[in-house]
Design a protein around this ligand. Structure first.
Ligand SMILES: NC(=O)c1ccc[n+]([C@@H]2O[C@H](COP(=O)([O-])OP(=O)(O)OC[C@H]3O[C@@H](n4cnc5c(N)ncnc54)[C@H](O)[C@@H]3O)[C@@H](O)[C@H]2O)c1
Length: 383
């Protein structure tokens, strides 16, 4: 049996995304050791250190990235620290998996990309929705050319719940910490998804931003604060080659919870993706639709060509896409890019893994949208 050289990981920020995606992803990867943890909160640090048997514990990320024992760093803090932590890690020669959005601004994201390139390091960014089996299938359908020339894309990623209006103030509602509102938190995923699926860059866009609740109260001090990020972002965009796209990102869609849908219409076919149905797509692909569904081994003649309640027939995601998401078939999927990042470090970078280049390109679109909304005009890209 060949011995696998261990990849030693340090994690900065031990909150939701580290616990839900990064740590489980590393633990399920062969030959990976969780070597060092950093969190600004000492109680969290101690608790997580004990839970995972990690002995290098620090509240200072500079200490973690300087450890010889660490080969790669996961940056799982809020966006305002992505740039300093990543740059420090790159300076120390560490591979970096940074959460989205890559940075607060496009120039900072560009610096991160360039530094990693120059240092010859592997990078990843947490565009984890690429792993949703239906999204993976959409990528292959579009890239096989089955939809023909892409005409129109509609992408929605919004949330609201029942208490949008009454929520307290939060650092996530500040530009200083988060860079932006739902455009940055949710929209960055969709900009990546559209770029990835279609292979087309956005060449121009026009954005409309609205803050419906401009003042919120800090729950600890009771003080009122001005919200300086948008509650909703609508963007219309030109894509290379003449296609058009519409994006809607919001935190104010009452009663909805992480509603993520994309529709793609091309000259030969169309597809409808819905995160709520992560293991299947609805697709209509010209006269070849039946053949295509049969190719995937999933066509069920009982459904007929069109069902009234579902405009297009269903194509379940093939097994290999389910296998890319550990636990998908058991219904408790862990959608984590960490194993793909480890493979990249081992010299076998998977095509599905987005890096800092993709993070930077998405960031450029976010910056362009902010500029467009502020100045109420179309903005051309590249910036
Ligand atoms: N890929 C996805 O689908 C996805 C989902 C959720 C969140 N995220 C992203 O992950 C990042 C973190 O989000 P989260 O929900 O895990 O936040 P969180 O608040 O749950 O955790 C952040 C942790 O970072 C720590 N921290 C803050 N500043 C620090 C510093 N300077 N040094 C060390 N530790 C520090 C905090 O104490 C906290 O434990 C954000 O960028 C967010 O957008 C991505």
């Amino acid at each position: 049996m060949t011995e696998v050289t261990p990849v030693k990981i340090g994690i900065v920020g031990l909150g939701g995304i580290a616990r839900g995606q990064h740590i489980p992803g590393y633990l399920m990867s062969e030959g990976v050791e969780l070597t060092a943890f950093c969190d600004a909160n000492e109680d969290v640090l101690k608790d997580m250190g004990e839970r995972y048997g990690v002995s290098h514990l620090t509240t200072d990320y500079r200490e973690l990235v300087a450890l010889d024992e660490v080969d790669a760093v996961s940056v799982c803090t809020w966006p305002d620290t992505h740039h300093p932590v990543t740059m420090a890690a790159i300076e120390q020669g560490k591979h970096v998996f940074c959460e989205k959005p890559l940075a607060l601004t496009y120039p900072l994201a560009h610096e991160m990309y360039q530094a990693a390139e120059e240092a010859g390091l592997e990078t990843a960014i947490g565009f984890s929705h690429r792993l949703t089996p239906a999204a993976h299938l959409a990528y292959h359908l579009i890239n096989s050319g089955d939809l023909g020339t892409i005409y129109q894309v509609v992408a929605v990623y919004s949330s609201g719940g029942g208490d949008f209006a009454s929520r307290p103030m939060s650092p996530r509602l500040t530009r200083a910490t988060n860079g932006g509102g739902p455009l940055f938190e949710l929209g960055t995923h969709m900009v990546d998804m559209v770029r990835w699926w279609t292979g087309l860059e956005i060449t121009s866009l026009c954005a409309q931003h609205r803050t419906f609740v401009p003042r919120r109260q800090w729950s600890d001090t009771g003080e009122w604060a001005q919200v300086d990020v948008e509650d909703a972002s609508n963007v219309i965009a030109d894509l290379e080659g003449g296609a058009t796209a519409v994006f809607m990102h919001s935190r104010a869609v009452t009663g909805r919870n992480f509603d993520q849908r994309v529709e793609v219409y091309g000259s030969e076919g169309a597809l409808l993706y819905d995160q709520a149905r992560p293991y299947e797509l609805r697709a209509c692909i010209g006269e070849d639709m039946v053949r295509l569904c049969a190719d995937y081994g999933m066509y069920d003649p009982r459904w007929g060509q069109y069902r009234v309640e579902e405009p297009y027939p269903v194509i379940p995601a093939p097994t290999e896409y389910l296998d890319a998401v550990p636990g998908a078939r058991a219904g408790r999927a862990v959608r984590t890019l960490a194993p793909a990042f480890v493979q990249a470090i081992r010299g076998r970078r998977p095509y599905i893994l987005p890096g800092f280049y993709e993070g930077m390109r998405a960031q450029e679109v976010l910056d362009a949208a902010v500029l467009s909304a502020e100045e109420r005009r179309w903005v051309d890209l590249p910036l």
